[in-house]
Design a protein around this ligand. Structure first.
Ligand code: HEM
Length: 162
């Protein structure tokens, strides 16, 4: 049980699909990160307002913003990590201190369910386009599950600082 959801079995095959595609994609990490967050803002332009460094600075064009790229790649790498942990431990273990910080940060910046959904959609689309030759329904399900479990863990910590 995790946040009231029944956790589906996350198998070695699921883990392998995520790890395999991430290993291919990370060779083009920079381009991938760019595509990913541009996709997010294409679907949800208002999400730009959430990022403090975008609000404060108009001087750096969106597509050159290193912090956005870093955040996009963090989502990728942590989702991949989540897949590994899901298989090993049956849950998306992230170091507790990091989860707590992440929960507080996303809460503070006003990230809501819809944002997590847009980011999930953009994530899956970005992967589909990045690895068309190995993309499959199973691969999509594996990434989706790893992402959902990670997000559930973050959301549990989304509250004001104690
Ligand atoms: C900050 C990860 C989803 C918006 C951060 C930080 C991490 C992170 C590690 C650094 C802050 C800290 O540790 O205190 C993730 C992961 C996600 C996710 C792993 C999904 C699995 C989202 C979504 C949004 C979002 C859906 C909104 C569209 C932000 C914002 C910040 C942030 C606005 C603060 C940036 C700033 O300094 O202005 N995220 N994030 N994140 N994230 Fe996320």
């Amino acid at each position: 049980i995790n946040g009231g959801l029944v956790v589906k079995a996350f198998t070695e095959e699921h883990e392998a699909l995520v790890v395999k595609s991430w290993n291919v994609m990370k060779k083009n990490a920079s381009e991938l990160g760019l595509k990913f967050f541009l996709r997010v803002f294409e679907i949800a332009p208002t999400a730009k307002k959430l990022f403090s460094f975008l609000r404060d600075s108009d001087d750096v064009p969106l597509n050159r913003n290193p912090k956005l790229k870093a955040h996009a790649l963090t989502v990728f790498s942590m989702t991949c990590e989540s897949a590994v942990n899901l298989r090993k431990a049956g849950k998306a273990t992230v170091k507790d201190s990091n989860l707590k910080d992440m929960g507080e940060t996303h809460f503070k910046y006003g990230v809501v369910d819809e944002h997590f959904e847009v980011v999930r959609f953009a994530l899956l689309e970005t992967i589909k386009e990045a690895v068309p030759e190995i993309w499959s329904e199973e691969m999509k399900e594996a990434w989706k599950e790893a992402y959902d479990q990670l997000v559930a863990a973050i959301k549990e910590q989304m509250k004001p600082p104690a």
